[in-house]
Design a protein around this ligand. Sequence first.
Ligand code: GDG
Length: 716
Amino acid sequence: MASNRLPFTYQRAAGKLDRRPSPGGLVSALEPALTKQGGVWIGWPGIELRKGERLADDDLDYGLAPVRLTENDVQRYYHGFSNRTLWPLFHSLPDVTQFERRDWQVYADVNHRFADAVAKNAPESSLVWIHDYHLMLVPELVRRERPELRSAFFLHIPFPPYDVFRLCPWDRQLLRGVLACDLVGFHVPGYALNFLDCCERRLGLRVDRDKMVVEHGDRTIQVGDYPIGVEFGAFEATAMNQPSAPLGQERVVLGVDRLDYTKGIPERIRAFERLLELHPDHREKVVLLQLAVPSRSQVAEYRELKREIDELVGQVNGRFATAGWSPIRYLYRSVPRERLCALYRDAHAALVTPLRDGMNLVAKEYVACQVEDPGVLILSRMAGAAETMREALQVNPFDLDETASAIHRALSMEEDERASRMASLRRRERRDDLDSWTSTFLTAAEAHHAELQPLTAAEIEGWLRPFIKQYPLCLFLDYDGTLTPLVDHPSKAKLGRPMRRALEACAERDDTDVSIVSGRALGDVRKQVGDDRLIYAGNHGLEIEGPGIEHFSHEDLVHYAGRADALAEELDAVASFGAWTEAKGPTLTFHYRAVPRSKRRAMIDKVRTIMTSAGYQARDAHEAVEARPPIGWDKGRAVLHVLRDRYGPAWSEHVRVIYVGDDLTDEDAFRFLAGLSLTFRVGSADTPTAATHRLANTTAVQALLEWIGKRRVAKD
Ligand code: GDG
């Protein structure tokens, strides 16, 4: 299991390491889970460890593996990107969200370090469980190192709507990071649906909202809602065994939070003030007891909030206090768990009014501790907990009048209503407790997940029909990896029969031009496809020919073709471990697919140097490096050439364009066509793309071509 914090935060006292439990809901939830389950907890110990320093874990039922962070890491990764960017953004508070590139870079760096620790510590065939917004890139990095491990991710905070999420300049990287897992879990269905929206709209992935799955290349990722619970039995037992909390004569309305701007503490104090204004009969009879655990005090917004709360408490107390009574009792510190349980038990009402909250465990702990005279839970609708805790008095925390009136109602509620509401709440929380959450989530993580059904004609129709309308269509297709699956040698890439038929059906149509745009030499790709009705662009478009188009050969072609032999010889000299050079006239491709991963880096570096010294451009392709003449000509330019030749400079008014490709070199065409056409990148979403859509594999490409070949044109 990996989370930002270990369950303990360490301090150095008299040369020794002291530990105390880390604050917050995540640790409250996971510590009992791992104690029961066993495993290794990977996280930050909250202190800079000295070289060779170990954390004792002999007294625990699980191991501890610390991730070492420097002061700068903590500043940028934790206080910076995690808490100044992701925390407010995911709570839908873009106004307080800051985007700093440097913070993002350190976040990515630190995620690498967590991933290394996971890869090193995870036993063979174990499940890796990664937690929360601090570690969103970890799953992808772990999969790279240990592809055989199953992994699951759980987000403890809300996942925001698409409109908010996309404000993050690195939104797609975050999605891709998490999608390396087999299961991605959230507290409530709304967050899971937001996540699916973002996968669909930002990464162009197919999603199925009934089965709650996302298609990511050849993998299907299960997404789901797993509302967390609390250790009901343990809270109940502690509450039963505690002496009365020394609360005085007044009735107590209790607030318990980390001091955080999402928890709505100032709004709560104002709502309480409103209660005293509207219902003077509560004066001197009720107090608001607010516990605020210090949190993230290194972030300016949190220090500012602390000041605001101090002032507000002073104001309200100054306004209403009498000689023997102050309306607000405010404790800025953590109290021991036993005392907290006694407070929960004895409070007449709990005021849990976050502005937004992933779940909120305080609401659940309060309910678990209601073992005597039943109290009333007042709960914000913006907390994930509100989805299930329907018997609470639910409020909009921004509406002070509504909250004040809910407090009034709670304080005046008859015993039988309080008892009925509390009994229902307790029944559910006892059943859906922390144990049940852990086992449900882990069972789902180990289970075989639903597969997304293959791309249907209806889905394709939804993308293409509104775009093509009654226009003729110009279809551009890459060959290797797009029309044929990738194989270990280009000579083995043969067009399958169904794909050939689908292609022919497109070529037969008067209203459809088909061009094949390939990195292969023109003669080669032409021979592979063997259909004279098509236009062929070889060598990334340096040579183009086909019906209705003037033969084109780039003017520098001969010059570079003349130099290629010498370059090929040089490249052959470094091609070991099954690497080889494909000569294609003016361009060359150095294939390293067969080379062991550990040998690749050094070989690629050499190859790139040889290519550049020979006056070529070295460009990455799929497990290959291409030597390309540095003449600013690529697949994008080739597409433009064909379109202008066939339809004139105003081509975009006469024809609709679709481009399908799987390779890095197709990105030139995707970028050129952005905003002008529909573009499809074939394969997983691991690599970024400028394409508008993704197709999982060549089967999906075939389905697309079949639809295009058969499409009916509306007359209107
Ligand atoms: C995140 C999400 C989600 C508080 N004061 C004291 C104290 N606490 C404990 C509570 C509770 C925990 O801290 C707070 O948990 P929450 O769930 O309310 O909030 P976050 O820390 O923001 O947690 C949240 C949670 O993760 C789990 O997924 O529910 O939405 O934001 O356990 O008891 N504990 C003690 N003394 C205190 O003074 N001992």
